[in-house]
Design a protein around this ligand. Structure first.
Ligand code: CA2
Length: 150
């Protein structure tokens, strides 16, 4: 039997607030509910997931640095770090793992500063604007990428 695929799911700053504020932008589902959806989808595919959320850039960078010891790929909603963090981009690139970037809202339909991502150039691809479905589509795309590389 082949080893199962392992995916690290990372959520950036303020995503712990999901479901409590700004539902018109980010929907009404909590982060736990999104993680549960991902876990159910991964289970069907026989994929293992680990979840991590932090409001601290350094903590997210630390978790990314640890990823290669366990994970085959990274699914990340970098939240505001998308638009600000060279440190996160460098850490993700250094893992040499495939990265898929996801956003709940359509970042291109919002303020100009959200249209630039430091992460997209080092990602396999990016899904934006579909609410929690962005995560599910991103996970599917990452699994397909990993399966095609094995
Ligand atoms: O649309 C997304 O998923 C974002 O990554 C969310 C980030 C934002 O900075 C990006 O431009 C797009 C913000 C996450 C904040 O989440 C909140 C959730 C509920 C209430 C307040 C903030």
């Amino acid at each position: 039997m082949t080893d199962s695929i392992r995916v690290l799911v990372l959520h950036g700053p303020n995503l712990n607030l999901l479901g409590t504020r700004e539902p018109e932008i980010y929907g009404s589902q909590t982060l736990q509910e999104i993680n549960d959806l991902l876990a159910a989808s991964a289970k069907e595919e026989g994929v293992e997931l680990e979840f991590f959320q932090s409001n601290h850039e350094g903590a997210v960078v630390d978790r990314v640095q640890e990823a290669p010891s366990w994970a085959d790929g990274i699914l990340i909603n970098p939240a505001a770090l998308t638009h600000t963090s060279v440190a996160l981009r460098d850490a993700l690139a250094a893992t040499q793992l495939p990265v898929v970037e996801v956003h709940l809202s359509n970042v291109f339909a919002r303020e100009d500063f959200r249209t630039h991502s430091y992460i997209t150039p080092i990602a396999v691809g990016m899904v934006t604007g579909f609410g929690p479905t962005s995560y599910l589509l991103g996970l599917e795309a990452l699994i397909e990428t990993l399966q095609s590389r094995k």
